[in-house]
Write a protein that binds this ligand. Sequence first.
Ligand SMILES: Nc1ncnc2c1ncn2[C@@H]1O[C@H](COP(=O)(O)OP(=O)(O)OP(=O)(O)O)[C@@H](O)[C@H]1O
Ligand SMILES: [Mg+2]
Length: 230
Amino acid sequence: MSDEIQGAAVRCVGLVKNFASKAETLRVLQGVDLELPPASSCSIMGASGSGKSTLLSILGALERFDSGEVTVGGHRLHELQERELPGFRSGVVGFVFQFHYLLKDFTALENVALPAFMAGASRAAAWARADFLLAKVGMAERKDHYPSELSGGERQRAAIARALINNPKVILADEPTGNLDAANAEAVRELMFGLPGLSGAAVILATHDRGMAEAADYRFHLAGGRLCPL
Ligand SMILES: Nc1ncnc2c1ncn2[C@@H]1O[C@H](COP(=O)(O)OP(=O)(O)OP(=O)(O)O)[C@@H](O)[C@H]1O
Ligand SMILES: [Mg+2]
């Protein structure tokens, strides 16, 4: 992909995002500034509706923004062309959501390997990396099971392995423990904070869980459309 620059894993300067409807303009992000080094973790807390998911969607190029400069994994999002977006989404960032979104007709191993196939990896390479990652998240014994045969925590661990399959520079996690009981949440929390050391990726977590937020290297609160230190 063109236009790669070195340095921070994520850099936002003056990021502005509005949602306009006929009746009104909703000013969600009003000048977000953020700089995050590689292999670090960052948490974002904030009231419901403050814009956490919107910010993660923008960083993952799922959503466009109105103004500002945003660089993720060395790619300037404000300059990315439409045709470059799918490659960016599958190769530069990895997503973990509150719900796992595993495909029900595929085993854990197949679900994890799939994004690698789609990015052009050989069957053997995709299989080997999926196998390796599932072992890393403690799923070696469960890899041949279908999502319906896995617990909520196991599904989320498989989803985390899937997010890592194409070696992303940044992992975007939107309330990854929001749907789990306390014990599974703790396991997923430990896994999320292990990712910078495991993969070298920077991890950004949107969460309502203060304990999880406080364990991050960089901690923010999103309010009034801006990030402030937590
Ligand atoms: N596609 C959209 N069109 C219009 N408004 C939107 C859209 N997406 C989000 N919004 C609005 O933008 C605001 C921020 O939403 P967002 O989902 O980012 O909040 P959040 O901080 O993630 O909340 P939560 O903690 O409940 O997940 C909300 O008022 C929401 O209704
Ligand atoms: Mg949200």
